[in-house]
Design a protein around this ligand. Structure first.
Ligand SMILES: Nc1nc2c(ncn2[C@@H]2O[C@H](COP(=O)(O)OP(=O)(O)O)[C@@H](O)[C@H]2O)c(=O)[nH]1
Ligand SMILES: [Mg+2]
Length: 334
């Protein structure tokens, strides 16, 4: 069955569509495949629109395939912000057309069809399927703009933040706050003026103080925190390299591939990968638990009671917390 999905791309595409739509038929296969995963290198690529992410990913995929023809590469393009992303995705397809004839490369765009907030979970499920099926490297391209995009990028083991030299001093990655999640920084379009200044601006932003790893995950109650053993050593700290590329001419790509591999090894040797995964798994389980509890609570409460409470909040006879508490009590024990 699993081998079938690698060779039967239509079946694979169908399964991914089912996952996107939250179709119950996909669930059994997805949960079964999860048990076989854990071998792929999952690489997130994020950055402002137009900085060259798709071109870079296509160049990376092509060179990976040349160096290791047996290793299959998957590319998922996620654009949660646009519900009607047909145009952008078509552009990506065209940009990646040089890969079109290679059966070892699977390209797929994810639309935000499901419920809000479901995109990250659906993407994670798709990545798990691709991993289990046997893809050696999985790229997730996302537009670096909001929290959802950051959530999607966090599915990755290695996050590449792409920046293009811009007009003036403005560095998008710094402005958007996504430099914090970078493991590798790429200044693409290095053929353009201002690349050196962009590298310098990024370098000083990285030097000024990289927050503790995985900022934002500290909200998790530490008493329930599954922690992998800390392994001290020189490899415990990772300093994101800043690399220049001209993706459209496939320049500087080998250095990016080397950095991805180095980061992967760092994750393994330092134990940082296990810690990162433990945090991600915990967050994922909690998010899914929250979703289940919410659905269950809402199912258990009569619609009229629910409507009355919402109306009460609208009329300000109830605080939203009071309404939530009453819903909680009403659903309790059901
Ligand atoms: N000058 C130059 N243009 C590039 C380079 N890489 C990509 N581009 C062009 O930049 C545009 C946007 O690229 P794309 O990969 O679609 O960016 P994305 O929106 O970040 O995925 C396209 O017209 C590319 O051909 C580069 O290194 N130098
Ligand atoms: Mg793109």
């Amino acid at each position: 069955m699993v081998a079938d999905l690698m060779s039967d791309r239509r079946a694979l595409a169908r399964l991914i569509t089912q996952i996107e739509n939250g179709a119950p038929e996909a669930r059994q296969l997805v949960t079964r495949l999860y048990r076989r995963g854990g071998r792929a290198h999952i690489v997130g690529v994020t950055g402002a629109p137009g900085c060259g992410k798709s071109t870079l990913v296509a160049a990376l995929a092509r060179q990976l395939r040349v160096h290791a023809p047996d290793a299959h590469v998957a590319i998922i393009a996620v654009d949660p912000s646009s519900a009607f992303s047909g145009g952008a995705i078509l552009g990506d397809r065209l940009r990646m057309r040089s890969l079109a004839g290679d059966a070892g490369v699977f390209i797929r765009s994810m639309a935000s069809r499901g419920a809000l907030g479901g995109v990250a979970a659906a993407t994670a499920d798709v990545v798990e399927v691709l991993d289990a099926v046997g893809f050696g490297t999985i790229f997730i391209e996302t537009v670096g703009a909001g929290q959802l995009e950051v959530d999607v990028a966090r599915i990755a083991q290695t996050v590449v933040v792409v920046e293009a030299p811009g007009a003036g001093d403005e560095v998008q990655a710094i402005k958007a706050g996504i430099l914090e999640i970078a493991d590798v920084v790429v200044v693409n379009k290095a053929d353009r003026e201002g690349a050196t200044q962009t590298v310098a601006a990024l370098q000083s932003a990285l030097d000024i103080g990289r927050p503790m790893p995985a900022a934002g995950l500290h909200a998790i109650d530490p008493s329930h925190h599954l922690q992998a053993p800390e392994q001290p050593g020189p490899s415990a700290e990772w300093r994101p390299p800043i690399l220049k590329t001209v993706a459209s001419h496939e320049e500087g790509i080998a250095a990016v591939i080397a950095a991805l591999e180095e980061h992967r090894q760092h994750l393994q040797l330092s134990g940082a990968g296990a810690r990162r995964r433990a945090r991600a798994v915990e967050q994922d389980v909690r998010a899914r638990l929250g979703d289940l509890l919410l659905r269950r609570a809402l199912r258990a409460v009569p619609q009229t009671h629910y409507n009355a409470l919402i109306a009460g909040v609208i009329e300000r006879t109830l605080h939203p917390l009071e309404a939530a508490e009453q819903l909680f009590i009403a659903s309790w024990g059901q």
